[in-house]
Ligand binder design. Structure first.
Ligand SMILES: [Zn+2]
Length: 136
């Protein structure tokens, strides 16, 4: 088989996989290419790719599934055709955002003595207690 023929075969297989809605990354590993090479081929030959909006919709659905907390990262990745690393990054973002939401310190005009740690603090819930790992 000559090189041109092999190239055409890889290209047509890649086109088919992408048309089925596979990600560049998974399609690339199916045809034994690096994701970068597959991406370049896809751009050069304008192969069908997921639009930005389609990917954004998949990410939004993933966030919902992560919040529902019934599926593993791998399961969500397979269902939505996203990379497992993407899901794990989204999960971390959600965890970070939620932990910030529950601690919302407010600055008060006059310092008050904290009943737990005894420090005079202007930011409540008591920032000293939080720094010391206690709860006020
Ligand atoms: Zn305190």
């Amino acid at each position: 088989m000559d090189a041109g023929n092999a190239h055409r075969q890889v290209l047509s297989r890649l086109r088919k996989l992408l048309a089925e809605g596979q990600t560049i990354r998974t399609a690339a590993s199916d045809v034994n290419l690096s994701p970068t090479s597959a991406y370049r081929l896809a751009v050069r030959h304008s192969l069908p790719r997921r639009t930005r909006a389609e990917k954004a919709a998949a990410v939004e659905t993933a966030q919902g599934l992560i919040r529902a907390a019934r599926l593993s990262n791998g399961e969500i990745a397979r269902r939505l055709n996203l990379h497992e690393g993407t899901i794990s990054r989204l999960r971390q973002l959600i965890v970070d955002r939620d932990s910030q939401a529950e601690f919302r310190p407010r600055r008060v005009r006059k310092a008050r003595r904290c009943p737990t740690c005894g420090h005079k603090v202007k930011v409540w819930p008591c920032v000293m207690c939080r720094a010391l790992g206690r709860t006020a």
